[in-house]
Design a protein around this ligand. Sequence first.
Ligand code: ZN
Length: 328
Amino acid sequence: MAYKKSVYLKAKAALDARRAASEQMARLRHEEVLRVCPALEDVEREMTACGAEVIRRIAGGEDCKQNFDTLKAHSLAMQQERARLLKEHGFAADYLDNVYTCPVCQDTGTHGSYYCDCYLALVRETAKKEIKAAQLGQCTFETFDLRYYSDTVDPQLGKSHRQIMAAVLQHFKNYAEQFTPRSRGAILLGKTGLGKTHLSLAVVNRLVERGFNVYYDSAAGLLNRLEKQRFSKNDTDDELEEDIFSSDLLVIDDLGTEFTTSFTTAAIYDVLNTRLNRGLPTFFNSNMTLNEIEERYSQRFTSRVVGNCDIVGFYGKDIRQQKIREKF
Ligand SMILES: [Zn+2]
């Protein structure tokens, strides 16, 4: 379970920039204080000497508690003197120390022998930014609004659309919580505007938070990438491999809206087949019915989908249309 390499590299670069900025800020503030309060330099020299003396004595094997207590008291007195000087010149007592975004690790990203929480948050944030979906932030399980689905019983289904969609929502919540890269894939079917993209992005959001490498793209976008790689001189594209063929979950949105050629239908099958052979799950979202999908992509494609993916139907009235009507 890990994000792709580029995520860690970008997070590391962001952390380095953050630390460089705080060190620069520390330098500037120090110069600023020294200009009006040169006495600070003596106090700081004394503090450094005191620290060095402690280290020297420990290294020399000294363990006389009384001597250490005296040094500790001296060090504390120097710290208080430093704070007093700062205050006397109109600065906050922590003016020179309060320069880091994260006071715990002072923007180094590590805390003892562990990664600091701030670094882990930065990595998660970077992984989310890598997902190419502008609406990712808004599409969570919490923002999936069941009020847009009718609570009148549909006689054909024997249930209301709201009941069905509440079960679908719960299904994907459980899926995201229990997900492993050995989970089953899914095909989300239903007319446009019924929340297929919303719920698949909610899964993506949760999985990225849980530390999984997830790749989301429209069928057209994904095929575009594959086609470019096919014609490029560069035979190996590590990032494409990481995204499409070995990500923990691949979500292909809007299957069926892409321009179809013999290359695209073969490529879609190849993506699914390669991932299935590796035991990795894939999500498809489509406005088409299974029969239409079979007509377009072949029977062997749909049979692999049906055999290896949960088929989830979406019901209701176009939510985008309902939202527009609410406004006007
Ligand atoms: Zn930190």
